[in-house]
Design a protein around this ligand. Structure first.
Ligand code: SAM
Length: 244
């Protein structure tokens, strides 16, 4: 009986999501999220993806490298259930699994070879920057869509109940950065609409100023009324905190 298997990483993700906080819970929820998958090692060979451009979407199988070291738990609290009900980890899409393997369907925009680097341009991802990829498969609708499928507590897309507004300063900051980051405004809106705060904060008075990192930008925001998030500033993340 095989008790363990060893996989080689075949690619790495470049993502606007530089930290776990505020990454959407599934792909497709934030359509403005654009990233790249760079093939690595012996998999960095254009022949491996010959024909893949015929598919609009692909499956990515990856390692939850950002939480891998924390190990796994038999029971977890899905955010969809408000974070206060425990379910078996295998009944959820939690990152804290016996094998930290994730799977996401993403949109395949185009495939490029730049110098000797093969790059898959992908959209709508839910992956942390630097995520190691262990497999890529074409998404095949006739097999992968099950129209009669039921999904218990996760039957419907999470509702996006938050309105997102930008104050005057944030509008000025957006104007500075929008030319460097395509669809930046849409990305910020779509991420914040999901209300990235922990579930227990949702129905409480919350005066905290939050920060989230997208690309190399620190987006600052707060909850104004129960259902409005106000973006208050967009600052470049300091590359070296010791430099002035
Ligand atoms: N679509 C995948 C799946 O179903 O296997 C991931 C679902 S999981 C609920 C989504 C969360 O995983 C994101 O909100 C983000 O916080 C986290 N995540 C994404 N990439 C990760 C990584 N490389 N390491 C750790 N956590 C990651």
């Amino acid at each position: 009986m095989t008790e363990s298997v060893n996989f080689n990483v075949i690619g790495t993700i470049d993502s606007p999501y530089k930290e776990k906080f505020a990454i959407p819970r599934q792909p497709g929820l934030v359509t403005a999220a654009q990233g790249q998958l760079r093939l690595t090692g012996s998999a960095n060979n254009i022949e491996l993806v010959r024909g893949l451009e015929q598919f609009s979407h692909i499956w990515l199988l990856f390692v939850f490298h950002g939480t891998q070291e924390q190990g796994w738990k038999p029971l977890v609290r899905p955010p969809r259930l408000g974070g206060n009900k425990k379910l078996g980890v295998l009944a959820t899409r939690s990152t804290f699994r016996p094998n930290p393997i994730g799977m996401s369907v993403v949109k395949l925009d185009r495939i490029e070879q730049k110098d000797s680097q093969v790059i898959l341009h992908i959209n709508e991802l839910d992956l942390l920057d630097g995520t190691p990829i262990v497999d890529i498969k074409p998404y095949v609708p006739y097999a992968d869509i099950v129209p009669t499928a039921t999904a218990g507590y996760a039957q419907e897309k999470p509702t996006t109940s938050m309105a997102v507004v930008f104050n005057t300063i944030a509008i000025q900051h957006l104007a500075i950065f929008s030319s460097d980051y395509k669809d930046l405004k849409q990305l910020i809106i779509q991420v914040l609409e999901q209300d990235p705060r922990p579930a227990y904060k949702h129905d409480k008075l919350d005066t905290r100023v939050y920060g989230m990192v997208l690309y190399n930008l620190n987006i600052q925001w707060q909850v104004n009324e129960q259902s409005t998030i106000e973006v208050t500033g967009i600052l470049k993340v300091k590359e070296n905190p010791d430099s002035v």
